[in-house]
Design a protein around this ligand. Structure first.
Ligand code: ZN
Length: 312
């Protein structure tokens, strides 16, 4: 048992982990413009999935030991509410379209300028990408998708703006408005967000990991205006992908975007599944450390249990 675990660890250490949420930042500089798209070697299922990221490379150890890991359930008092007036967010339009890449672990739009100014700090936009289903939970509830806009400061700090994406079903949205109980969680746009529909109109052209396509012209003001008009739920967490670095300044928007059912199916068929499981409350022990203790106790109990002969 000891040998096999060690062998697995050594084999996994030889791999390079690429194409995470931090793609395009100092942690994972992007290849030259026009270069090939590097595909991630971690994944979301089985031995390369989030339960085992720490074993894939020593640099990923914090995935299993960190005590401020993301994503989390945005419930109770794990976050602070930041009012729109305290945030300045800009994202440049891309009138000639943008490069849209399939990194194997997500689909990502390479942006052409944008900034986030908050608490006296200035961050520059690097890219935005998508998770399906959402990584953060909106007070216990998973959303159809989540968009991550990744920013980096001159001092190499990372800030991410996370925006939930709901299925923009006109009838469901209207029904939600009549119900006070589910109103907040279901409050998606009655109309699909044009930016998302435009981007996802070409997602089927990058179905194969490592491929890229040029999007139609992208107008960012629709989403930026929506997001910066609502408060942000902020907390200090981590990258949700290897190497799970902490000190990431999370800004989860309380505004929601909408995707049409047809576009959702289209992007789902390309992404499949790319959501890390919810982590423990910030400041609490890493859930994998707790789980390891439980597994060890179970292993001892199994070893100590008397062998019971099957009935004759
Ligand atoms: Zn992400």
């Amino acid at each position: 048992m000891h040998l096999s675990v060690q062998t697995l660890f050594l084999a996994a250490s030889a791999t390079r982990v690429l194409a995470s949420c931090a793609h395009g930042t100092f942690l994972q500089p992007r290849a030259e413009e026009g270069g090939e798209v590097k595909v991630g070697t971690f994944g979301y299922i089985g031995t390369i999935g989030p339960l085992n990221w720490a074993a894939l490379e020593t640099a990923n150890m914090v995935c299993a030991t960190g005590t401020r890991q993301s994503p989390i359930d945005m419930a109770g008092n794990v976050f602070t509410l930041l009012q729109p007036a305290d945030v300045q967010l800009t994202v440049n339009d891309m009138p000639d379209g943008a490069e849209f890449e399939n990194l194997g672990t997500t689909v990502e739009v390479i942006t052409q300028g944008g900034s986030l100014a908050v608490a006296g700090k200035q961050f520059e936009l690097q890219q935005f990408h998508f998770h399906l289903p959402s990584e953060h939970l909106d007070n216990g509830t998973s959303q159809a998708m989540e968009m991550h806009m990744v920013f980096q400061s001159a001092t190499q700090e990372i800030a991410v703006v996370g925006v939930y994406i709901g299925i923009a079903d006109g009838a469901a949205a209207a029904a939600a408005k009549r119900s006070t109980r589910i109103d907040r969680r279901q409050s998606v746009s009655t109309a699909p967000t044009t930016l998302l529909e435009t981007i996802f109109s070409v997602v089927d052209q990058i179905a194969v990991p490592g491929t890229k396509v040029k999007t139609p012209p992208l107008v960012m003001s629709e989403v930026v205006d929506l997001v910066k008009a609502q408060p942000f739920q902020i907390y200090s967490g981590s990258l949700t992908t290897p190497p799970c670095s902490e000190g990431v300044s999370w800004h989860v928007s309380t505004a929601k975007l909408g995707v049409s059912p047809a576009s959702f199916v289209k992007v789902r068929d390309v992404i499949g599944f790319n959501s890390r499981f919810p982590q423990n409350t910030p400041g609490q022990p890493n859930i994998l450390m707790i789980s390891a203790l439980g597994s060890a106790a179970a292993a001892v109990a199994v070893a100590a249990a008397p062998v019971i002969a099957p009935p004759a």
